[in-house]
Ligand binder design. Sequence first.
Ligand code: NAD
Length: 503
Amino acid sequence: MSNEKTATMNTSKKTNNIQLVKNYINGKWIDSLGTNSVNVINPANKELIAKCPLGTKEDVNSAIAAAKEAYKSWRQTPVIDRVQILFKLKTLLEKHSDELAKLCTTENGKTLIESRGDVKRGIQMVETACGMPTLLMGKSLEDIASGIDCHAIRRPLGVFAAITPFNFPPMVPFWFWPFAVASGNTFILKPSERVPLTQVRVFELIEEAGMPKGVINLVNGGKEVVNSLCSHPDIAGVSFVGSTPVAKYVYQTATSHGKRVQALGGAKNFMVVLPDANIELSVKTVFESCTGCAGQRCLAGSVILCVGDVYSKFQEELIKKAKEAVVGNGLEPATNIGPIISEEARTRVKGLIQSAADEGAKILLDGRLGVENLSGYFLKPTVITEVKKDMRIAKEEVFGPVVCLSKVKTFDEAIEWLNSSEYGNTASLFTSSGAAARKFSYEVDPSMIGINIGVPAPMAFFSFGGTKASFFGDIKAHGQASADFYTDTKVTIERWVKDSSIW
Ligand code: NAD
């Protein structure tokens, strides 16, 4: 398979022709000390494409030692020189973006168009981190008292780590390390063991861009690696993205060891459709939000609250749209919806659909049917109506291509319902009223709001992250927030007494 060839040719040994992914520590590609591994499966055809080692505490210790050593000189490298490597990396990423996108589709399943977007959003992070000289600037004020001036500067803190999920293999690691490293810190990345290959290729490009050894390290693995990163005394802080239970666990473990933590968790995103919404636009946008990346996005819409009369028309158009969707291998250009990540994930989604039926909702279109002859972990789009607030399907994150519809009487009822969710990642409103849009933005809990937008993903220069059970920590990701998370502020207060012998 061509993607295997481009992925890890130079960096992984082969066991029975199956690549065993390597770690990248102190500028070298080395085998993990772990003896166990996880199968990396192409979810579109269930083919075994690689094995990901389950790294050990010792792997983490050597990565931390390398990063700690590299920090000594990296921290003293002028920021303007640090970002030159990111400029080079941006060019390399652009040059290899199609290759990275194919690799992403092969290990994750999403369509090629979605993978290209995934890579592009990652590159935008690198671009924004190239502006670190500006983002890192401090503040000064003269005469805070008579003849006394005060200067606040930002300083790096040491070694940071990120632990990332399976659903955006290229992009999510870029949410963190370019900002951390451009700020003068050194870094360890632990990608999802389910999709390690894209990051191997990214790290080859980081190496090619000329990153000094030890500045950024890659350690593959699972819980043991995570625990070691969260508890090691030489780790200054941890960025995490994944499900809410693990986000909470990482937050509690790492903060109890005195670290800074930003832990982005799971979501349950509501979308409200008002009677004055443009139906064509809102149906298209809602459907793409709920089923894009096979529903495996933390910003995916899930429960659609139609206010008043708009319900029947919306439902009718949505069903038409869902029936048109092409489900298949993401490498095929005609595919709209790829597979979901694993059989286990598919079984969980199927179970949630069943729970909706058991609790009295109506399965208007059942995506569990018609996929028997497809070779991968496919589900067709499912549309569930008459969803009620206390049903599991209305409360739990689905992470599959499922649209839930419910009719509510008033706009206030919709807002009250969505605010009762334990999660607070995103919420969207479809309307042609500015006043309704303002009320919505003002009154809803989630931190990322879409007005006639289905996936309100902030760009790299705005802060990213939710609230409630979707985020544990204080400082969010991206842009200026990254400069805050990855630096300490040092304040110097100065008084200089005039020496009359000189002037
Ligand atoms: P996950 O929580 O299973 O895994 C995330 C990371 O945590 C992986 O690197 C994994 O190795 C590690 N991990 C898993 N179980 C662990 C454990 N018991 N102890 C220690 N480490 C563990 O998440 P996933 O299935 O890879 O990703 C999907 C989830 O991520 C969804 O809930 C989605 O909403 C969330 N997500 C959130 C955002 C956001 O911005 N809030 C973005 C992307 C994904």
